[in-house]
Design a binder for this molecule. Structure first.
Ligand SMILES: NC(=O)N[C@@H](CC(=O)O)C(=O)O
Ligand SMILES: [Zn+2]
Ligand SMILES: [Zn+2]
Length: 350
């Protein structure tokens, strides 16, 4: 439901959204990340790239218990994910699935991103695991970048699609696959042309920004994330996909906090924090594209439909009420600098 005064839309009520890709970290950071994610998200897919990673059923369930102990608001439900390694077994997949609390497993090519060193060194090493996932109906979530140092960082997503993911899609026709945080026109086309068991998440920051925001007029480390921001033509292709109404594209923030001093460093960490204003940032992007009416499908319908779970039954309301984002938020015993720090956000969730 949309209300207008004169021409501007002032309130927007949508089915409660879910976040299909988020990093909550662990330890004393959980009180902060869990507070933010559970403000209005119904459910979230919790990424397992902890130190050490959540590679088995027991560690994933223990992590879930720590998230619940951090005191989420409302009926927030964390959906857990197993971190795949070369050593993951089909038996572990079956055990995880039987818990009902672990809904997916994550393929990190070893070395591709933050805390991915224990990831998979060759997708062939996990073919028996992918077969088991296909059989039991567990989703495969993919960080889609090659790690070959000879491949330019701006090409790593496309090369992954061409040399790795295409074969996986062909070899496992019944396996549900989510290509996470897509960043290129090539990825949009790959997903559009793939069968219905292949979908993708899109972050708010890849809709709002391109590599100029990170690199023109000074280097801005808080925009540095992986896959890296691309040129504006790719940003436009992502926006077109997000507002297309195509059910294969849905919300996954990839909100990934790192301490301020770890970002503002000679060798800064990859990851952007957006959970302080997740749906608000998407609303800005959709409004800029003149497509606020497409936000609900993307944020609240297509994700649960693809995962095969019920849509949330209640709603949230966004109001036009511009507010200034703080310079930083507390994160554990330190600080995180959020996206749009000290800048204005147009929308507020009431
Ligand atoms: N996206 C990022 O730049 N970083 C994520 C890892 C990931 O999702 O690839 C993180 O955990 O910090
Ligand atoms: Zn990733
Ligand atoms: Zn991520």
């Amino acid at each position: 439901m949309i209300s207008k005064t004169k021409d501007a839309i002032t309130t927007l009520t949508i089915t409660r959204p879910d976040d299909w890709h988020v990093h909550l970290r662990d330890g004393d950071q959980l009180k902060d990340t869990v507070r933010d994610i559970s403000r209005y998200m119904g459910r979230a897919i919790i990424m397992p790239n902890l130190v050490p990673p959540a590679t088995c059923t027991d560690t994933a369930l223990e992590y879930r218990a720590r998230i619940m102990a951090a005191g989420p608001q409302g009926d927030f439900e964390p959906l857990m994910v197993l971190y795949l390694t070369d050593k993951t077994t089909p038996e572990e997949i079956k055990k995880a699935k039987e818990t009902g609390k672990i809904v997916a497993a994550k393929l990190y090519p070893a070395g591709a991103t933050t805390n991915s060193d224990s990831g998979v060194t060759s997708v062939k090493n996990i073919y028996s695991v992918l077969k088991a996932m296909q059989e039991v109906g567990m989703l495969l979530l993919v960080h889609g970048e090659v790690t070959d140092s000879s491949i330019d960082i701006f090409d790593r997503e496309k090369v992954f699609l061409d040399t790795i993911l295409g074969d996986v899609v062909n070899d496992f026709p019944e396996l549900k696959i989510v290509l996470e945080h897509i960043t290129t026109k090539d990825a949009v086309e790959f997903v559009v042309n793939a069968p219905d068991n292949v979908a993708a998440t899109i972050t708010a920051h890849h809709l709002l920004y391109n590599r100029n925001h990170m690199l023109a007029g000074g280097i801005r480390p808080h925009y540095y994330c992986l896959p890296i921001l691309k040129r504006n033509t790719h940003q436009q292709a992502l926006m077109a996909a997000a507002i297309s109404g195509n059910k294969k594209f849905f919300l996954g923030t990839d909100s990934a906090p790192h301490y301020k001093d770890k970002k503002e460093a000679a060798c800064g960490c990859a990851g952007a924090y957006t959970a302080h204003a997740a749906i608000e940032l998407y609303a800005e992007a959709f409004e800029e594209a003149g497509a606020l009416d497409k936000l609900e499908g993307f944020a609240s319908h297509f994700g649960p439909d693809f995962y095969g779970v019920m849509r949330n039954q209640d709603t949230i309301t966004l109001q036009r009420n511009p507010w200034r984002v703080p310079a930083s938020y507390s994160l554990g015993d330190s600080q995180v600098v959020p996206i749009k720090a000290e800048d204005m956000i147009e929308w507020e969730v009431s």
